[in-house]
Design a protein around this ligand. Structure first.
Ligand code: KG4
Ligand code: ZN
Length: 348
């Protein structure tokens, strides 16, 4: 059991009820129930709606995952759950459910960090990540650069967004271009028809004077505003908005900054492995540019397949299994969800 623990993982930090089953580094099941359709008309995730949806989806999604994996609840060696960071009400549902399963099945509870789980998921596709590595996590809720010396307990933040997350910028720009939520995939598609060099949008926190304090931090709010001003100016002049060119130029600005800072972090840390994770890592242009820049810098790039980049339960199970294998102790059944859990706390 110690080498290849069978772990049930529960993820409810945002709008996806994810339940995964993993044996060691092997993915057995990845069941996801998304409430994204319920948020579309609000143009973003509404926390109360997400919490209610988690509550309704939890038990059926656990049952679906166990059935898909061909195992029974009593077979699992541990129950892992995202304890934070994320939406408080949403996290509470997952943590309460995981405690109930752990108690009923008499198995250890492993409460883990959502960001570390985004890193851990790659084990299921490419095996254990060489350490040290740098991880770039970009999603609707987070944009972070991490140094990973040991996935199971030594993760150091190098930088993070100072305002909007990268995915949030995709969602907001998509909205002002009249595209539905979530906007990332819409922009990705529209951008394929546009010229990424047609409009010069700003690259936040890349100026020389930002290097001292914000070398590995991100800022996407100025970019979002620049796109809004550009579009408004066209509309004021009664001109048609070249949506594909705007999408491609905006996407290029985000991708340029994310990849440039990630490779710079690898160079600065003397690390030659970079991992991409989070929903934005599904972006087709990001994957291409990251590949090019890593090749130029002699950095080996790892990117899980898109369905493992977005929030899911398998990533939580993957981290839980790594922790159990490393001999980490169980979490206390009284453990509380922590909506702003610090990234260096891999498990609580
Ligand atoms: O990791 P995730 O599923 O949930 C969060 O933790 O937020 O990420 C969702 C985010 C959304 O902002 C969505 O627009 C973005 O990831 N996203 C993309 C793409 N697919 C999803 N952004 C850019 N290009 C994509 N292809
Ligand atoms: Zn996430």
């Amino acid at each position: 059991m110690a080498d290849e623990p069978l772990v049930l993982g529960i993820e409810t930090s945002c709008d996806e009820t994810g339940v995964g089953v993993v044996r060691g580094t092997t993915l057995l099941a990845d069941a996801v129930a998304s409430s994204v359709d319920a948020h579309v008309r609000f143009g973003g995730v509404v926390p109360e709606i997400a919490s209610r949806a988690h509550l309704e989806a939890m038990v059926p999604t656990v049952q679906r995952a166990l059935a898909e994996a061909g195992v029974k609840g009593r077979d699992v060696d541990a129950v892992a759950v995202t304890a934070g960071p994320g939406l408080m009400g949403a996290l509470l549902v997952g943590v309460a459910a995981a405690k109930a399963y752990a108690l009923a099945l008499d198995k250890p509870l492993i409460a883990v960090n959502h960001l570390a789980a985004h890193v851990a998921v790659d084990r299921l596709e490419h095996g254990p990540l060489p350490e040290p590595a740098v991880a770039l996590l970009a999603s609707g809720g987070h944009s972070s650069l991490l140094r990973v010396d040991a996935l199971t307990g030594d993760v150091t933040p190098l930088g993070a967004t100072v305002d909007d997350a990268a995915g949030e910028a995709f969602d907001k720009v998509a909205r002002l271009l009249g595209m539905p939520f979530p906007g990332g995939p819409e922009i990705d598609r529209a951008a394929a028809e546009g010229d990424p060099r047609s409009i010069a949008f700003p690259r936040g926190l890349t100026a020389a004077h930002d290097q001292a304090a914000h070398r590995f931090d991100f800022s996407f709010s100025g970019l979002k505003t620049a796109v809004a001003r550009w579009v408004e100016a066209r509309q004021r002049d009664g001109e048609a908005v070249p949506v594909a060119h705007v999408a491609a130029s905006f996407q290029e600005a985000v991708v340029d900054v994310l990849t440039r800072k990630a490779v710079d972090a690898c160079r600065h840390e003397g690390v030659d492995h970079l991992l991409l994770g989070g929903g934005v890592a599904a972006n087709s242009r990001l994957r291409v540019v990251a590949e090019q820049r890593c090749a130029e810098a002699g950095v080996a790039l790892r990117v899980p397949r898109p369905s493992l980049c977005t929030d899911n339960g398998a990533m939580v199970a993957a981290l839980g299994a790594a922790l159990v294998s490393a001999g980490a102790p169980a979490s206390d059944l009284a453990v509380a969800a922590d909506s702003s859990l610090a990234v260096d706390r891999v498990r609580i």
